[in-house]
Structure formats: C-alpha cells, structure tokens
Write a protein that binds this ligand. Structure first.
Ligand SMILES: NC(=O)c1ccc[n+]([C@@H]2O[C@H](COP(=O)([O-])OP(=O)(O)OC[C@H]3O[C@@H](n4cnc5c(N)ncnc54)[C@H](OP(=O)(O)O)[C@@H]3O)[C@@H](O)[C@H]2O)c1
Length: 300
C-alpha cells in the first residue's frame, strides 16, 4: 500500500517510516523541509502527486511549555496543519491516521482513560491537539485518531536520554513522582500502527505502553536496566515548576476490541535500550579510524 507520512523527520515520524519500509509498503516520507503542513496548497499538491491510500500525520508542534507563550503557532500546526492533511487525504480518497495525545485529558481521573471519556485539556498544547482531533474528524470521515503518551525513541530528545545524560554528570537526581502515565517506545507504537494500516479502523483509539508508572518509577527503571548507579529522589510537580500545567494522571487503555496492545512500559524500555546499544555499536564501528587499516582475516 502507498503510505504518506508527514513529520517524517520527527521522533515518531522516523520510526513510522522505518516500520512501513520494513514491511515493504511504498512510503512517501515528508519531513518538515519537504512539506509544511500549514501550507494548505502544498499539502494538497503533494498528495495529488503521490496519491497515497493512507496518510499518517506525525507532524506536530510538540513543545508543551513553549506552547503556553506561542499559542498561535501551536494551533496553526496542531489544528490547521492537521486539518490540511486530513482534507487533502480526503480529496484523493485516502484515509488519515492522526497522532494525538493523553494531554487532551485533564488528569483528574484515577483509573486509565478510555476513548469515550470526556476530554478537558488544561494547557495550550493539549487544547491545540484536541482542536486537531476535531478538525481531522470533520475534514475526513475516514479518520483514525491514535492517542498515545510519554513517547521516547531513537530519533529524538526524550526522557530516557535526558536521564542517562544527567546521571553521567550528577550523583543525585530529583524526579517527579506525582504524575502518572504510560511510557511508550515509538518503534513499538509505529509497528502497531503500520500493522493495522491495511484495515479500515476508524474513530479514536488509545495506543500506549501497557501499565502505568510515575516519571520517578520510569527513571529508576531506566537506571536499573542500564546498570547506572545514581540516587533518584522523589519530587513533586510543585517542586519542579514548569511553565505548562500537565495532567497529574493520564494513563490510558483502549475499550476497543480491535485495538492492539503494546508491551508493558518496562518491556518497551528494554527494547529501546537494546536498540540504542546496537545503534551505538554501529556508530562506534563506523567512526573507528583503525578499522580500515587492520589486516582482514583471510581464514587461512
Ligand atoms: N513526545 C511525546 O511524548 C508525545 C506524547 C503523546 C503524543 N505525541 C504526539 O506524537 C506525535 C509525534 O511526536 P514526536 O514526539 O515525534 O515529536 P517531534 O519529534 O517533535 O516530531 C514532530 C515533527 O513535526 C515536525 N513539524 C513541526 N511543524 C511542522 C509543520 N508545520 N509541517 C511539517 N512538519 C512539522 C517537526 O519538525 P521540526 O523538528 O523541524 O520542528 C518534527 O519533525 C505528535 O502528534 C505529538 O503530538 C507525542
């Protein structure tokens, strides 16, 4: 199937392209430099030229704190951009998968959010993403909105990398223990989305790592699995004041029978750390200046 992926240079976008390539879909991958989703004419022209059967929109304004003072841009990309992608897909008879977020919820629930729960974003980023969900649903009846959460992947800055680099500099780290969510490895999310790309799933679907934890639990597990010695201190959201409010509780599960389940968050982390180690080995080998100079094994 021909799949177009917008925001293909982002953390999830890169894994989405890799996942689609791996199972031999024909992929039209557009980074931001290739296609700005806020440019309506360019989006229509690109899809008319490439004629995908499915479009996956991974492009987004994702700076949660920045959005508080940059509302116009956040909405331009997350609402108008998402509408452009969905409408342009509709114009050529293509389906659209829009990636959305747990931040559409207010965080007051104390058991996992399901698709039918009322939304109520508490920050600009969440409001802009919810506006995007509504715009996509209006612009293309053949839409699937995939809400996910707490993403980390090889192709972008993420919590796991932040923790590992901070631990290299400090002996103690303070990590928030009163926000609960579901960490999700982008490659596992991408594989699941691509696996159901052929099926006509529509509506809203929650798709994130299994089980929930706090950022503090997540940090401790990162260090345990990486065998890094560092003292992790339990902090509160109040102690680490950030510009944007975040939902205190945003764990999600799906109430849909056709929703796949992703591995538990600590298993997802393990897969990420294995992929990360393999990538570092490849990079080190590629950088090794002596490699070319060493005599090759002849086997004789
Ligand atoms: N990260 C998370 O924890 C998380 C959690 C839940 C849901 N999500 C959702 O998951 C999706 C992917 O997020 P991510 O973590 O992969 O974020 P990301 O790494 O920031 O990727 C977003 C991509 O969109 C691109 N982009 C921004 N504005 C654009 C525009 N006008 N036209 C085309 N592309 C544009 C960005 O390019 P530049 O980098 O050049 O700006 C970037 O490559 C988003 O929908 C996000 O809302 C993320």
């Amino acid at each position: 199937m021909k799949i177009a992926i917008t925001g293909a240079g982002g953390m999830l976008g890169q894994d989405m392209v890799a996942a689609a390539d791996e199972v031999h879909h024909e992929v039209a991958a557009y980074t931001r430099a290739d296609l700005d989703v806020t440019d309506e004419r360019a989006v229509f022209a690109a899809f008319e030229r490439d004629l995908p059967a499915l479009v996956i929109n991974c492009a987004a304004y994702t700076d949660v704190d920045g959005a508080e003072t940059d509302e116009l841009n956040a909405f331009m990309i997350n609402e108008d951009g998402a509408r452009n992608v969905a409408a342009a897909a509709a114009s050529i008879g293509a389906r659209v998968i829009q990636i959305s977020t747990d931040y559409v919820f207010d965080g007051t629930k104390r058991e996992p959010y399901v698709e039918s729960d009322p939304t109520g974003p508490i920050g600009v980023y969440g409001r802009s993403k919810l506006a995007g969900e509504i715009a996509v649903a209006e612009a293309n009846p053949r839409h699937l909105i995939v809400r996910t959460s707490w993403l980390y992947g090889l192709g972008g800055k993420n919590f796991v990398e932040t923790m590992l680099s901070l631990a290299a500099e400090r002996s103690e780290l303070l990590v928030v223990n009163d926000q609960i969510g579901c960490p999700t490895y982008t490659r596992q999310l991408a594989d699941a989305v691509i696996e159901f790309a052929d099926y006509q799933r529509l509506g809203i679907m929650h798709l994130c790592g299994g089980e929930a934890c706090s950022w503090y639990d997540f940090a401790r597990e990162i260090f345990r699995q990486s065998q890094v010695e560092v003292m992790v201190l339990s902090g509160t959201t109040e102690m680490l004041a950030r510009p944007a409010p975040r939902p205190v509780y945003s764990a999600m599960v799906s109430e849909r029978e056709d929703a796949p389940s992703l591995p538990r968050w600590d298993h997802g982390l393990h897969a990420y750390l294995v992929a990360r180690a393999a990538l570092h080995t490849q990079e080190t080998e590629a950088l090794d200046p002596n490699q070319e100079l060493e005599p090759k094994e002849t086997g004789q």
